[in-house]
Design a protein around this ligand. Structure first.
Ligand code: PLP
Length: 400
């Protein structure tokens, strides 16, 4: 079936809630993905940052296939080996904690919000409010949406969950004045993703940690996008050495297989006794086998070192483009989470992305002004250079 035929099926029978690019993808390996008409693309967006080892990495497909033949699903009425092993591996690379498994980023955030309120409830405290930041993105379910600090995602869905407040990102004074004795938790992305690829300013995390310690507020780092090696360390907070009370993960965790996780310090997680919170599929053996293969591959293939090396090259190349294109006002991010902010009229960045697609490059545009790269973490310098050259060519045509 060609792309046109596949698109046609969607028009009639699939919910219209996505603005999709006019391409139906068929198969992929590494950074390359082929559409239903046989055209090959260089994919430097990797399924919104989920395919951290590229398309269909052998280690993951093998682990999933093997597990699928053995045992696909059990529910959490039973123990399985992959879930226990994955929890151990995650705790080893993160902080002294316990893991709770779900199926997506929003669900991981939802779990963190519920745990935060339950923790305070169990202590006999009346704190319930959650503070988050402007331009944040935490997911689309009601709790996660209420935490998300972007009005455009709220429109039409009122009333949201009560007890959420939003303050400017990166400004500790704003957080300090918003916090009070009703505050139960503070949730932040260590590098904001959908909000425009905004890394936390130096010292911000440490100041949040101190604020939380002083008032017994739980500090939640949403690492759904910036975690799992994306920034060159397992988790972005490890650059600053500031440990959260709760951390959420998803996107890259399963290397393309859906899985989410929430890690929390044991003394916090203990508020989730039997019957308090659950997920039928959460921590299923296939998802956990996928995530275990991801972690093992990152270690074995020294993928974190690759992120640091390739990132250095990319940032230096993109910085050079500022001279060529004066409307490129900032290149920012961390590791292989990279944003290029342009000062251009609305719609131009989206056009640039559409033109790149025609030229065989997959990237995207967020906030109508930031071009974003989220390549696989095992991408080579050469592949990144190819992508940058395609983008440069398109920018020459479109904006100069
Ligand atoms: C993508 C994202 C989410 C939501 O993840 P879903 O799997 O789409 O529900 C939550 N937080 C952050 C930081 C994200 O980037």
């Amino acid at each position: 079936m060609n792309s046109q035929k596949i698109v046609k099926k969607y028009e009639k029978s699939v919910a219209p809630n996505y603005g999709r690019l006019p391409v139906a993808l068929l198969e992929g390996k590494g950074c390359k993905v082929k559409d239903a008409d046989g055209k090959v693309y260089l994919d430097l967006l990797s399924g919104l940052g989920a395919n951290i080892l590229g398309h269909s990495p052998t280690a993951v497909t093998t682990a999933v296939a093997k597990q699928a033949k053995k045992l696909m699903h059990t529910s959490n009425l039973f123990y399985t080996e992959p879930q226990g092993e994955l929890a151990e591996e995650l705790v080893k690379i993160a902080f002294p904690s316990q893991a709770l498994f779900v199926n997506s980023g929003a669900e991981a955030v939802e779990s963190a919000l519920k745990l935060t309120r339950k923790y305070h409830h169990d202590k006999g405290s009346s704190s319930f409010e959650i503070l988050s930041t402007s331009n944040s993105f935490h997911g689309r379910t009601y709790g996660a949406l209420s935490a998300t600090g972007q009005r455009k995602y709220h429109t039409g869905f009122a009333p949201l969950v009560p007890g959420f407040g939003h303050v400017p990102y990166g400004k500790i004074s704003a957080m300090t004045s918003a916090a009070n004795d009703r505050t139960a938790g503070i949730i932040v992305e260590v590098v904001q993703g959908e909000g425009g690829v905004n890394p936390a300013p130096d010292g911000y995390l440490q100041e949040l940690r101190e604020l939380c310690d002083k008032y017994d507020i739980l500090l939640i780092f949403d690492e759904v996008q910036c975690g799992m090696g994306r920034t060159g360390k397992w988790f972005a907070w490890q650059h600053e050495g500031v440990t959260p009370d709760i951390m959420t993960l998803s996107k890259g965790l399963g290397g393309g297989f859906p899985i989410g996780a929430m890690l929390a310090k044991p003394e916090v997680m203990s508020s989730f006794g039997p019957g308090t919170h659950a997920s039928t599929f959460g921590g299923g053996p296939m998802a956990c086998a996928a995530a275990l293969a991801v972690i093992e591959t990152i270690k074995e293939k020294k993928v974190l070192q690759n992120v640091v090396k390739v990132s250095r090259m990319v940032f230096s190349e993109l910085e050079k483009m500022k001279e060529e294109f004066p409307s490129l006002i900032e290149v920012r991010g961390r590791g292989l989470m990279i944003g290029m902010e342009f000062d251009l009229p609305p719609g131009v960045c989206t056009d640039v992305v559409a033109e790149c697609l025609k030229e065989g490059l997959i990237i995207n545009c967020i906030q109508d002004k930031v071009i974003r790269f989220l390549p696989p973490l095992n991408v080579t310098e050469k592949e990144m250079m190819n992508g940058i050259e395609i983008l440069r060519g398109v920018l020459c045509k479109k904006i100069s």
